[in-house]
Design a protein around this ligand. Structure first.
Ligand code: TRP
Ligand code: ZN
Length: 879
């Protein structure tokens, strides 16, 4: 591909035409759908004389074009595969009538208007609206929509669109219609329509200023009860956004629809959110504690978009993290307030390190706000979302909760009803807080994870303590030279009694209370008046998305693990020691190299388990040691996944054996709080620790623990325990694994969301037979390979959940995943491209596996690939 395929941020220009009002009428039929659009077009101030009007359109059959009610002769316009051009649009405002025919039943890409289990539904972000009608399908063209939907009354008793219902009635021939009007101007990507035979639940919410909002959640008939938790989460989200951010809901209606075929998690269409059903449906019999947490998070996320995304939208798609990073930050904060802040932070950082750090250090690295792209659909990435959220969080760290609220409020007030940019966002903070954020803005522009190196020295004679910091960011594609970033370092200097030491002054960098603002390549900070040698606790709460190397001794780390006042860094200290051991073990071919160090870690874990001041969910996090992907990242080159696997296993085995008695006892004692099952927080936390104890105990290899796995599974009165038993059996390769997996499939496999869990488990087994088993499932004609949830569970279960079998030395794992990409690409390019991202870290492998992966990737070259897939392919191979 050439640079001509790229779209550049610097080439942005404002639209020459606007469409303040849009009327759409849908005639839904099984065979095909007719869409009648009336666009009220006006020239924008920047319109140049004799500009043509170019509308986007894709996979549309044009039936007619008219202006001001009169048909337009064919010589006045032209149509091609990407749009429609009016050669001589009128000088002034005019009404453009366009009739198109579309085929929702044949739409396998799940973008635009498509059918999912017989339901008509839409997905327009980012560029799906152009598959519905010709339009200025760009986020800076805001329009007020009126939508009429007509369908068979039996096939589609439910007719929904954005905004408020203004009219509905029966029609001849068993048909009916509904008219919806959304008073808020919005870009086309927020348009939504749903029609079908759906069940629903209802509730209501009264906003702080007294607006009555009717809430509805729609789903397949028979699943209504499974929507109750999502409804509860929605109401809590609405209350929280009022309380924490002063944001009220603004329509009298808010609807959510759960569909089973969906490319992503969910979508924030104004007043009509559409969800992948895995983020709505839950009940105590089938959902795990993690499922509940995910549902709560995604419901909140989409709801919060009403202000950060819908009321204030994005000027262009380069600004995607403006709405996504901010909204992820908001949903993280919501979950922290609803649950445990420390545990939520640990979970989010685990996710960032497991997904975003690898992206940022490989060939797909890009800035949170990229400056060019080939295919925007490939930029819904963990960098845009999760690193975007970290950047927003740093503003809160720099200015405090109150300062952040001031900046946020200013941003909303200044940009309400507008399409904004990252500069508008950062500028609002500068204006509200009278500060300069020009250096901070680099976080949005520069890709790569800054690496911070730390060393220190204490001088008892002078009571001074020197902390030396340096930062470096490695080159990333098209960004060879990196600038130093503005890094907020939350810190404490922990004294011998475990309390933070006071200091009289700090020179050498901006130090404000417990915050160092480190914005140079290097800094030496001299703290005076330090009465004893401190142990530095840096990046408390993970105050910046960086990686840190320090020369800290194991002794000091163990001290922090026991005494730091910051729970995140207590957890971090344990992780660091474990990671060191795993990395050294993997370098040595897959063994445990330092048993004394491992015993020190085991003792600290034992103390953590016994510490009455810590909550059970935190303890569970402490016992959950780093995963294989973290070890792979830390090794950075010539990685042998089998050695990583063995080293990981060896450390867990050593610690599990060292702590057998404690773990068995804790497992037994916690039963009192964890059982019988309840979704209350205290039970959930006890369950998480009990299950983590079981995992480590079983990893220790005791027969008693292994015997416990089957009992744990069969006696489970909830899905969390059952799944944990399966995961432990699967990952340790216990003899009962097959029996348990078969039992699970037989009893729960009929529920698609539980079938997904089974698929992922089968694919994640670290055993030589796994690949054949996965291939057989995939090849079975009954396997619904076009359903994104099913396909992802199976293929990502292998590609990200099973490092040794994906990266088999013979390359068969790579070749299989590539063949799935090739099969999927003509059906759903967004999904095929996402699957290919599993190769983003293949350069970390040793030479043989790298060569196998390269061959597999290159086998796709020269095929007729979608733009999505060829974009990822060329980038993955580019380094
Ligand atoms: N904006 C959605 C979100 O809340 C993302 C999304 C939903 C999406 N469906 C999509 C992105 C389809 C691309 C394609 O995060
Ligand atoms: Zn979002």
């Amino acid at each position: 591909m050439t640079d001509a395929d790229l779209t550049y941020l610097k080439d942005y220009s404002a639209p020459e035409f606007i469409i303040p009002r849009t009327e759409l009428s849908f005639e839904l039929r099984d065979e095909a759908t007719i869409v009648r659009a009336r666009l009220f077009v006006e020239p924008a101030a920047v319109r140049k004389a004799d500009s043509k009007l170019r509308l986007d359109g894709r996979s549309l059959r044009l039936i007619s074009v008219g202006i001001g009610g009169l048909p337009l002769g064919a010589e006045f316009y032209s149509v091609d595969s990407s749009g429609l051009t009016l050669h001589e649009p009128p000088e002034d405002a005019f009404e453009l009538d366009i009739v198109t025919e579309i085929d929702p039943a044949g739409n396998t890409e799940l973008m635009g208007l498509y059918r999912s289990s017989g339901i008509w539904c839409t997905q327009c972000e980012p560029e799906g609206f152009r598959r519905i009608t010709y339009f200025l399908d760009r986020p800076d063209v805001l329009s007020v929509y009126t939508v009429r939907i007509e369908a068979d009354a039996k096939a589609a008793p439910v007719l929904l669109a954005n905004g408020n219902l203004t009219e509905s009635d029966e029609l001849a021939g068993g048909r009916h219609f509904a008219v919806w009007h959304d008073p808020f101007p919005k870009p086309s990507y927020l348009f939504a329509l749903v029609a079908g035979d759906l069940g629903h639940i209802e509730d209501n919410f009264t906003t702080a200023s007294g607006r009555e909002v009717a809430l509805g959640i729609y789903c397949e008939h028979g699943k209504e009860e499974k929507c109750l938790y999502a409804m509860d989460a929605l109401k809590r989200s609405m209350a929280w956004d009022e309380k924490r951010f002063g944001r009220e809901y603004d329509l009298n209606l808010f609807n959510i629809v759960a569909v089973s075929d969906f490319n992503f998690g969910a979508m924030e269409n104004k007043g009509l959110n559409i969800f992948n059903d895995r983020y709505v449906l839950a009940d105590p019999a089938t959902a795990t504690d993690a499922d509940y947490a995910n549902i709560e998070g995604v419901i909140a996320h989409e709801y919060f978009h009403n202000w950060t995304g819908d009321r204030v939208t994005c000027r262009d798609w380069f600004q995607l993290c403006l709405k996504e990073g901010l909204t992820v930050y908001r949903d993280q904060e919501f979950s922290s307030d609803e649950r445990s802040r420390a545990v939520k932070r640990i979970e989010d950082v685990r996710k960032l390190r497991a997904a975003q750090f690898p992206e940022d250090s490989g060939p797909l690295a890009h800035a949170a706000r990229p400056d060019s792209f080939r295919e925007i659909e490939n930029f819904y990435t963990t960098t845009v979302y999760e690193k975007g959220a970290e950047i927003v969080r740093m503003l809160s760290t720099l200015y405090g909760t109150d300062g952040f609220l001031k900046g946020f409020t200013r941003y909303i007030e200044d940009n309400d009803g507008k399409a904004a940019t990252i500069e508008d966002w950062v500028g609002a903070f500068e204006r509200a807080l009278d500060t300069d954020l020009s250096h901070f803005l680099e976080w949005y522009k520069q890709a790569g994870t800054p690496e911070i190196t730390v060393s220190d020295a204490y001088e008892p004679e002078t009571q001074t303590y020197r902390l030396t910091l340096s930062q470096k960011t490695r080159p990333t594609p098209s960004q060879p030279d990196k600038q130093p970033m503005m890094v907020p370092v939350k810190f404490g200097l922990v004294g011998p009694n475990g309390h933070d030491l006071e200091f009289t002054s700090a020179e050498g960098a901006r130090v404000e209370g417990d915050l160092i603002v480190f914005d140079q390549p290097e800094a030496e900070i001299v703290f005076s008046g330090i009465s004893a040698r401190p142990v530095p606790s840096l990046f408390r709460g993970f105050s910046a998305p960086v990686s840190m190397n320090s020369n800290m001794s194991d002794e000091d780390r163990l001290f922090l693990a026991r005494h730091d006042s910051d729970p995140f860094n207590r957890w971090q200290a344990l992780q660091d020691i474990a990671l060191d051991l795993m990395v050294a073990g993997a370098r040595a071919g897959g063994v445990l190299t330092d048993t004394a160090k491992a015993d020190g870690l085991a003792a600290a874990l034992s103390d953590t388990l016994a510490d009455a001041s810590l909550d059970n969910a935190f303890k569970a996090q402490a016992l959950a040691l780093p995963g294989q992907s973290t070890v792979t990242q830390a090794l950075a080159h010539d990685v042998d996944p089998d050695a990583v696997y063995a080293a990981h296993k060896a450390l867990l085995a050593h610690i599990g054996a060292a702590l057998t008695e404690e773990l068995e006892t804790a497992y037994g004692v916690l039963a009192d709080t964890a059982l019988p099952y309840s979704t209350e927080a205290v039970a959930t936390r006890a369950r998480s620790l009990r299950n983590q104890c079981l995992a480590l105990w079983a990893a220790g290899g005791s027969d008693a623990a292994a015997a416990r796995i089957g009992t744990h599974y069969h006696q489970a009165d909830n899905m969390t325990d059952r799944m944990v038993a399966l995961e432990i059996a699967t990952s340790l390769g216990l003899p009962e694994t097959d029996g348990l997996l078969d039992d699970f499939k037989a009893n729960f496999g009929g529920n698609p969301l539980l079938y997904d869990k089974w698929l992922a488990l089968v694919a994640s087994r670290p055993a030589a037979e796994t690949l054949d088993r996965v291939k057989a499932i995939y090849a079975d004609p009954a396997f619904p390979r076009h359903n994104p949830n099913r396909l992802r569970s199976l293929v990502f279960g292998l590609a990200t959940g099973n490092p040794t079998q994906f990266a088999r030395p013979d390359g068969a794992g790579f070749r299989f995943v590539i063949s799935v990409c090739a099969d999927t690409d003509p059906v759903n390019a967004q999904v095929s491209a996402r699957i290919l991202t599993a190769f983003r870290s293949f350069r970390l492998y040793e030479a043989g596996r790298q060569a196998r992966a390269t061959e597999a990737l290159e086998s796709l070259k020269g095929k007729d690939l979608s733009r999505n897939l060829s974009d990822i392919l060329s980038r993955v191979l580019s380094q």
